[in-house]
Design a protein around this ligand. Structure first.
Ligand code: MLC
Ligand code: AMP
Length: 486
């Protein structure tokens, strides 16, 4: 692993650190099956913690660094971790949150403080021998929201993670010779599992970037072979003048987490000569489908089911497979699936079919050559820059604001993030809206990426004959609202 500070970390160093860190975690009272929450900026020690958790048989609970204290409080209350690891700057504020949630200990990631993970690791003379776990044991819990507005923890087993990573190594032809440009955050499936697990399983190396930086990525391309990114990475990289030369010797560009516009696919090929390989996945399912490595990588499609994964497209009413070309709901089955939602069997049952297929909530059609096209979402979800935003979570907060009668939160096209959040608000009769105060309130409650970029006040929301708000009508009405890169 190469870092931007010029450090090079070998596998031997990495696993030695992870094993000593595992010993330190045990000393801190972490037992197999315990959850350890981590809200920290991207750093090699976070990856060591991930390794340490696997060695100690504990369960990693990574949290987006953009989450507010209010959001973190929810996750800690729900998952009841024994330990929270955070950045030193947030330690005081989060210690209060942790205490309120009954979390026994808070550690800081790096530095010289007595409660620093780095220091505790370095104080260990020997590493912990790996605790034996079965394939069914849980390796991580990743929170993902739902239509109810409250996030739920998707439990990922060792089997699901390991089998999916092995499939991707083979399907995308990773070898020890590869070097990945890792510019994704490591609190989501994409950066943590798809990128990191694949590299580790192939024994390959990576340039580990703290954040997305288009110029740095282009600079690193001549010494690298693969880039994994969300579509926003690719649209931003297209603005880099050095891209065509830099990209020439790269082996593979992979996109996922949100739809890649066919237009971006074409522009990328025109500028670099490479066809981006688009794949489709989810927190609950890991990776489901991929365009072929050797065959045609078809723009606007997510390819075919990966080996070991079964994908079916079914009619929303009858649940029967639809004919090729017809639109239906995607359901998936395989070892890649999660093991259920943490302490939420009712929701797990709701999202699973009786025969073990998972209902993704995505809508698709299969073309005459078998390629799967994702054409929309049956779930009320906005994806902005590869990050999921559930309208319900925002609507519930705005609806509670004085003077607001009701709200519909929608996604509209955005040139940089793909979609942008718009709040359409109906005020109570005679009420006014102090927008600045509402914005300030939302910024305390919600991570920045979830906060609406635009607010529109209307007299009433469009409804169908069943009384359901027609968000598609609102999205069409306001589709030009976010055309500038704001
Ligand atoms: C940052 N901002 C965002 C945003 N990211 N707003 C909306 N959507 C986003 N995704 C906010 C910032 O807080 C800032 O607010 C403003 O937008 C501009 O920020 P920026 O500096 O331009 O953003 P940047 O830091 O460059 O981040 C953009 C990004 C990042 C696209 C690089 O969001 C990113 O890394 N996204 C990838 C997410 C990901 O890994 N998804 C995978 C999920 S797993 P202000 O107010 O300060 O201006 C999954 C399964 C699967 O989905 O299939 O993979
Ligand atoms: P998450 O819950 O964060 O894991 O996000 C998963 C969702 O991202 C999926 O259900 C899809 O809606 C979307 N998604 C992931 N990859 C793609 C893709 N290649 N094209 C379209 N949507 C995608």
């Amino acid at each position: 692993m190469h870092t931007t500070t010029g450090a090079h970390i070998t596998y031997r160093q990495f696993w030695d650190n992870a094993a000593r860190l595992a010993a330190a975690l045990v000393e801190q009272g972490v037992a197999p099956g315990d959850r350890v929450a981590v809200q920290a900026e991207k750093h090699t020690v976070v990856l060591e913690l991930y390794g340490a958790m696997i060695i100690a048989g504990a369960v990693l609970l990574p949290l987006n660094t953009a989450y507010t204290e209010a959001e973190v409080q929810y996750f800690l209350t729900d998952a009841r971790p024994v330990l929270l690891v955070c950045d030193a700057e947030k330690a005081i504020a989060l210690a209060a949150v942790a205490q309120a949630c009954g979390v026994a200990r808070v550690l800081v990631l790096t530095g010289d403080a007595e409660n620093s993970v780095e220091r505790l690791r370095d104080a260990q003379m020997a590493g912990l021998a790996p605790v034996v776990r079965t394939g069914e044991d849980i390796a991580a819990i990743l929170y993902t929201s739902g239509t109810t507005g409250r996030p739920k923890g998707a439990m990922l087993s060792h089997r699901a993670l390991a089998t999916n990573a092995a499939t991707l190594v083979e399907h995308w032809r990773f070898t020890a010779e590869d070097c990945l440009i890792h510019a994704l955050p490591i609190f989501h499936t994409h950066g943590l599992f798809v990128a990191t697990n694949v590299i580790m399983m192939a024994g390959a190396s990576m340039h580990f970037l703290p954040t997305f930086d288009a110029a740095a990525i282009v600079r690193l391309m001549p010494q690298s072979s693969v880039l994994m990114g969300v579509p926003t990475f690719y649209t931003r990289l297209l603005d880099q003048p050095q891209l065509p030369d830099a990209a020439r010797a790269m082996r593979l560009f992979i996109s996922g987490s949100a739809p890649l516009l066919a237009e971006t696919h074409a522009q990328w090929e025109q500028r670099t000569g490479h066809r981006i390989l688009e794949r489709y996945g989810m927190t609950e399912t890991n990776m489901n489908t991929s365009n072929p490595y050797d065959g045609e990588r078809r723009a606007g499609t997510v390819g075919f089911a990966l080996p070991g994964v079964t994908v079916r497209i079914v009619d929303s009413e009858t649940g029967m497979d639809v004919a090729d070309g017809a639109i239906g709901l995607i359901e998936v089955h395989g070892d890649n699936l999660f093991s259920g939602y943490w302490e939420n069997p009712a929701k797990t049952t709701e999202d699973m079919c009786a025969d073990g297929f998972f209902k993704t909530g995505d809508m698709a059609r299969r073309d005459a050559d078998g390629y799967i096209h994702i054409v929309g979402r049956a779930k009320d979800l906005i994806i902005s820059g590869g990050l999921n935003i559930y309208p319900k979570e925002i609507e519930l907060i705005i609806d509670d604001w004085a003077g607001v009668d009701e709200t519909a939160v929608i996604g509209v096209p955005h040139p940089d993030f793909g979609e942008a959040v718009v709040a359409v608000i109906v005020l109570a009769k005679g009420a006014g809206l102090d927008l600045a105060a509402l914005r300030a309130h939302l910024s305390e409650q919600l991570a920045r990426f979830k906060q609406p970029r635009h607010y529109v006040v209307v007299d009433g929301l469009p409804r169908n004959t069943m009384g359901k708000v027609q968000k598609n009508v609102l999205s069409a009405t306001y589709r030009d609202l976010s055309q500038a890169k704001d």
